[in-house]
Design a protein around this ligand. Structure first.
Ligand code: HPA
Length: 274
Protein backbone atom coordinates (compact mmCIF):
# COMPACT_ATOMS: atom_id res chain seq x y z
CA UNK A 1 0.00 0.00 0.00
CA UNK A 2 1.25 3.47 -0.83
CA UNK A 3 2.39 5.42 2.22
CA UNK A 4 1.76 9.19 2.10
CA UNK A 5 4.92 10.03 4.06
CA UNK A 6 7.09 7.80 1.91
CA UNK A 7 5.65 9.38 -1.23
CA UNK A 8 6.09 12.93 0.02
CA UNK A 9 9.75 12.31 0.91
CA UNK A 10 10.41 10.72 -2.46
CA UNK A 11 8.64 13.55 -4.31
CA UNK A 12 10.96 16.04 -2.59
CA UNK A 13 14.00 13.96 -3.54
CA UNK A 14 12.77 13.80 -7.13
CA UNK A 15 12.29 17.59 -7.28
CA UNK A 16 15.85 18.10 -5.98
CA UNK A 17 17.24 15.55 -8.45
CA UNK A 18 15.74 17.58 -11.30
CA UNK A 19 18.06 20.43 -10.25
CA UNK A 20 21.24 18.64 -9.12
CA UNK A 21 22.77 15.16 -8.99
CA UNK A 22 25.14 16.24 -6.18
CA UNK A 23 25.63 13.39 -3.71
CA UNK A 24 26.42 14.63 -0.20
CA UNK A 25 28.24 12.48 2.33
CA UNK A 26 27.60 14.71 5.32
CA UNK A 27 24.34 16.55 6.04
CA UNK A 28 24.60 19.58 8.32
CA UNK A 29 21.61 21.27 9.94
CA UNK A 30 22.51 24.82 10.84
CA UNK A 31 21.03 26.18 14.04
CA UNK A 32 21.24 29.65 15.54
CA UNK A 33 24.84 30.81 15.60
CA UNK A 34 25.71 29.16 12.31
CA UNK A 35 23.75 31.57 10.11
CA UNK A 36 26.87 32.54 8.16
CA UNK A 37 28.15 29.01 7.78
CA UNK A 38 27.70 29.09 3.98
CA UNK A 39 30.93 31.12 3.87
CA UNK A 40 32.80 27.94 4.83
CA UNK A 41 31.38 25.99 1.89
CA UNK A 42 32.63 25.78 -1.67
CA UNK A 43 29.08 26.07 -2.99
CA UNK A 44 28.02 24.04 -6.03
CA UNK A 45 24.25 24.49 -5.91
CA UNK A 46 21.52 26.05 -3.78
CA UNK A 47 17.84 25.10 -3.71
CA UNK A 48 15.23 27.15 -1.84
CA UNK A 49 12.82 25.06 0.19
CA UNK A 50 10.02 26.99 -1.50
CA UNK A 51 11.06 25.43 -4.84
CA UNK A 52 10.51 21.91 -3.48
CA UNK A 53 6.80 20.95 -3.59
CA UNK A 54 5.51 20.01 -0.14
CA UNK A 55 8.70 20.99 1.69
CA UNK A 56 8.05 22.68 5.08
CA UNK A 57 9.09 26.32 5.27
CA UNK A 58 10.04 28.07 8.50
CA UNK A 59 8.09 31.03 9.81
CA UNK A 60 10.71 32.02 12.43
CA UNK A 61 12.77 35.20 11.95
CA UNK A 62 16.37 34.24 11.15
CA UNK A 63 15.49 30.78 9.82
CA UNK A 64 15.01 31.49 6.08
CA UNK A 65 15.31 28.24 4.25
CA UNK A 66 17.42 26.63 1.57
CA UNK A 67 19.63 23.63 0.90
CA UNK A 68 23.24 24.42 0.12
CA UNK A 69 25.23 21.74 -1.72
CA UNK A 70 29.00 21.95 -1.86
CA UNK A 71 32.31 20.99 -0.28
CA UNK A 72 33.82 21.53 3.14
CA UNK A 73 37.45 20.68 2.38
CA UNK A 74 37.10 17.57 0.21
CA UNK A 75 33.88 16.43 1.86
CA UNK A 76 30.65 16.72 -0.14
CA UNK A 77 27.99 18.22 2.12
CA UNK A 78 24.40 19.31 2.06
CA UNK A 79 23.63 22.11 4.49
CA UNK A 80 20.20 23.07 5.74
CA UNK A 81 20.07 26.80 6.25
CA UNK A 82 16.88 27.04 8.27
CA UNK A 83 14.72 24.28 9.66
CA UNK A 84 11.12 24.01 10.79
CA UNK A 85 10.11 23.45 14.37
CA UNK A 86 7.18 21.50 15.76
CA UNK A 87 5.85 24.63 17.49
CA UNK A 88 5.24 26.26 14.13
CA UNK A 89 2.28 23.93 13.77
CA UNK A 90 3.75 21.44 11.34
CA UNK A 91 3.01 17.76 11.64
CA UNK A 92 5.95 15.99 13.28
CA UNK A 93 6.48 14.09 10.00
CA UNK A 94 7.07 17.39 8.22
CA UNK A 95 9.54 18.44 10.90
CA UNK A 96 11.68 15.38 10.15
CA UNK A 97 11.04 15.31 6.39
CA UNK A 98 14.28 17.19 5.61
CA UNK A 99 16.36 14.61 7.51
CA UNK A 100 14.66 11.82 5.58
CA UNK A 101 15.24 13.65 2.29
CA UNK A 102 18.94 14.22 3.01
CA UNK A 103 19.31 10.52 3.81
CA UNK A 104 17.78 9.57 0.47
CA UNK A 105 20.07 12.07 -1.28
CA UNK A 106 22.92 9.90 -0.06
CA UNK A 107 24.07 11.51 3.20
CA UNK A 108 25.63 8.99 5.59
CA UNK A 109 26.26 11.38 8.47
CA UNK A 110 23.94 13.96 10.04
CA UNK A 111 25.59 16.80 11.96
CA UNK A 112 22.95 18.65 13.98
CA UNK A 113 23.46 22.05 15.56
CA UNK A 114 21.21 24.26 17.66
CA UNK A 115 20.98 26.93 20.29
CA UNK A 116 19.94 25.66 23.70
CA UNK A 117 19.29 26.78 27.24
CA UNK A 118 21.91 25.59 29.73
CA UNK A 119 20.55 23.60 32.67
CA UNK A 120 23.80 22.23 34.05
CA UNK A 121 25.15 24.62 36.73
CA UNK A 122 28.68 24.36 35.32
CA UNK A 123 27.57 25.75 31.94
CA UNK A 124 27.93 29.36 30.87
CA UNK A 125 26.31 31.45 28.19
CA UNK A 126 28.38 30.97 24.99
CA UNK A 127 29.57 27.43 25.82
CA UNK A 128 29.49 24.73 23.18
CA UNK A 129 28.09 21.35 24.27
CA UNK A 130 28.65 18.07 22.49
CA UNK A 131 25.38 16.12 22.62
CA UNK A 132 26.07 12.75 24.25
CA UNK A 133 22.46 11.57 24.40
CA UNK A 134 18.96 12.99 24.39
CA UNK A 135 15.56 12.96 26.08
CA UNK A 136 12.75 12.64 23.54
CA UNK A 137 9.75 11.90 25.73
CA UNK A 138 8.33 15.45 25.73
CA UNK A 139 7.78 15.57 21.96
CA UNK A 140 5.77 13.30 19.66
CA UNK A 141 7.72 10.34 18.30
CA UNK A 142 7.95 10.78 14.51
CA UNK A 143 8.01 7.00 14.01
CA UNK A 144 4.42 6.60 15.25
CA UNK A 145 2.22 5.21 12.48
CA UNK A 146 2.72 2.43 9.98
CA UNK A 147 6.40 1.60 9.78
CA UNK A 148 8.07 2.42 6.48
CA UNK A 149 10.25 -0.66 6.01
CA UNK A 150 12.33 1.09 3.32
CA UNK A 151 13.40 3.61 5.98
CA UNK A 152 14.05 1.42 9.01
CA UNK A 153 12.85 -1.20 11.43
CA UNK A 154 9.67 -1.04 13.56
CA UNK A 155 11.42 -1.01 16.96
CA UNK A 156 14.75 0.73 16.40
CA UNK A 157 17.44 0.57 19.06
CA UNK A 158 18.25 3.95 20.61
CA UNK A 159 21.06 2.93 22.96
CA UNK A 160 23.63 4.95 21.00
CA UNK A 161 21.98 7.63 18.86
CA UNK A 162 25.07 9.88 18.83
CA UNK A 163 27.87 8.00 17.08
CA UNK A 164 30.79 7.31 19.44
CA UNK A 165 33.45 7.60 16.75
CA UNK A 166 32.10 10.99 15.59
CA UNK A 167 31.93 12.20 19.18
CA UNK A 168 35.57 11.20 19.68
CA UNK A 169 36.58 13.10 16.52
CA UNK A 170 34.67 16.19 17.70
CA UNK A 171 36.29 16.12 21.14
CA UNK A 172 39.75 15.58 19.67
CA UNK A 173 39.22 18.39 17.15
CA UNK A 174 38.05 20.78 19.86
CA UNK A 175 41.17 19.95 21.86
CA UNK A 176 43.51 20.45 18.90
CA UNK A 177 41.95 23.83 18.12
CA UNK A 178 41.78 24.95 21.77
CA UNK A 179 38.01 25.28 21.56
CA UNK A 180 36.42 24.58 24.95
CA UNK A 181 33.72 21.91 24.59
CA UNK A 182 31.31 20.70 27.25
CA UNK A 183 29.35 17.49 26.94
CA UNK A 184 25.82 16.66 28.01
CA UNK A 185 22.28 15.45 27.55
CA UNK A 186 19.90 17.51 25.40
CA UNK A 187 16.16 17.48 26.06
CA UNK A 188 13.72 18.64 23.39
CA UNK A 189 10.47 20.28 24.47
CA UNK A 190 7.87 21.51 22.02
CA UNK A 191 8.10 25.22 22.78
CA UNK A 192 7.28 27.85 21.66
CA UNK A 193 7.07 29.12 25.24
CA UNK A 194 10.31 28.90 27.14
CA UNK A 195 10.23 26.66 30.18
CA UNK A 196 9.25 27.67 33.68
CA UNK A 197 11.83 27.46 36.48
CA UNK A 198 9.91 24.45 37.85
CA UNK A 199 10.17 22.71 34.50
CA UNK A 200 13.90 23.38 34.40
CA UNK A 201 14.30 21.89 37.89
CA UNK A 202 12.36 18.84 36.65
CA UNK A 203 14.59 18.50 33.59
CA UNK A 204 17.71 18.77 35.76
CA UNK A 205 16.44 15.96 38.00
CA UNK A 206 15.80 13.89 34.86
CA UNK A 207 19.43 14.31 33.85
CA UNK A 208 19.19 16.98 31.15
CA UNK A 209 22.09 19.41 30.76
CA UNK A 210 20.51 21.56 28.04
CA UNK A 211 17.05 22.21 26.65
CA UNK A 212 15.82 23.28 23.25
CA UNK A 213 13.01 23.02 20.72
CA UNK A 214 14.65 20.99 17.93
CA UNK A 215 17.21 18.31 17.08
CA UNK A 216 15.98 15.24 19.00
CA UNK A 217 13.27 14.21 16.54
CA UNK A 218 15.70 14.72 13.66
CA UNK A 219 18.41 12.67 15.39
CA UNK A 220 15.93 9.91 16.20
CA UNK A 221 14.72 9.59 12.60
CA UNK A 222 18.22 9.81 11.12
CA UNK A 223 19.49 7.09 13.45
CA UNK A 224 16.48 4.94 12.57
CA UNK A 225 17.34 5.41 8.88
CA UNK A 226 20.89 4.21 9.43
CA UNK A 227 22.72 7.53 9.50
CA UNK A 228 25.60 8.22 11.86
CA UNK A 229 24.48 11.18 13.96
CA UNK A 230 26.29 13.85 15.96
CA UNK A 231 25.26 17.19 17.40
CA UNK A 232 26.53 20.30 19.13
CA UNK A 233 24.50 22.86 21.08
CA UNK A 234 25.47 26.45 21.53
CA UNK A 235 24.42 27.38 25.05
CA UNK A 236 22.83 30.71 24.19
CA UNK A 237 21.41 31.36 27.65
CA UNK A 238 21.09 29.80 31.04
CA UNK A 239 17.64 28.25 31.35
CA UNK A 240 14.64 29.80 33.07
CA UNK A 241 15.07 30.60 36.74
CA UNK A 242 18.87 30.53 36.62
CA UNK A 243 19.16 34.28 35.95
CA UNK A 244 17.08 37.31 36.93
CA UNK A 245 16.46 38.43 33.34
CA UNK A 246 13.46 37.02 31.43
CA UNK A 247 14.31 35.00 28.30
CA UNK A 248 13.79 36.45 24.84
CA UNK A 249 14.32 35.07 21.33
CA UNK A 250 16.37 38.15 20.44
CA UNK A 251 18.82 37.58 23.32
CA UNK A 252 19.12 33.90 22.40
CA UNK A 253 19.86 34.81 18.77
CA UNK A 254 22.37 37.48 19.75
CA UNK A 255 24.27 35.20 22.13
CA UNK A 256 24.33 32.38 19.57
CA UNK A 257 25.62 34.75 16.89
CA UNK A 258 28.47 35.81 19.20
CA UNK A 259 29.66 32.21 19.44
CA UNK A 260 29.30 31.87 15.66
CA UNK A 261 32.94 32.09 14.54
CA UNK A 262 34.17 29.51 17.08
CA UNK A 263 31.22 27.23 16.36
CA UNK A 264 31.87 27.51 12.60
CA UNK A 265 35.53 26.65 13.05
CA UNK A 266 34.72 23.57 15.12
CA UNK A 267 32.09 22.29 12.68
CA UNK A 268 34.38 22.86 9.68
CA UNK A 269 37.41 21.15 11.19
CA UNK A 270 35.28 18.20 12.29
CA UNK A 271 33.54 17.72 8.93
CA UNK A 272 36.94 17.63 7.19
CA UNK A 273 37.79 14.59 9.35
CA UNK A 274 34.47 12.75 8.95
N1 HPA B 1 14.75 26.86 26.25
C1 HPA B 1 14.31 26.24 25.14
N2 HPA B 1 14.86 26.42 23.95
C2 HPA B 1 15.89 27.24 23.86
C3 HPA B 1 16.42 27.92 24.96
C4 HPA B 1 15.81 27.71 26.22
O1 HPA B 1 16.20 28.27 27.26
N3 HPA B 1 17.46 28.67 24.53
C5 HPA B 1 17.57 28.44 23.19
N4 HPA B 1 16.63 27.57 22.78
Amino acid sequence: MANAIYEKVNNCVEAIRKVTDFKPRVAITLGSGLGNYAEQIDIKCEISYSDIPGFPISTVPGHAGKFIFGYVGDVPVVCMKGRVHYYEGYDINDVVLPARVMRLLGAEILFLTNAAGGINYTFDCGDLMLIADHISVFVPNPLIGPNIEEFGTRFPDMSCVYDKQLRDIIQQTALENAIPLKQGIYAQLTGPSFETPAEIRMLRILGADAVGMSTVVEALVAHYMGMRVCGISCISNLAAGMREKPLSHEDVQEAADKTGPLFEKLVTECVKKF
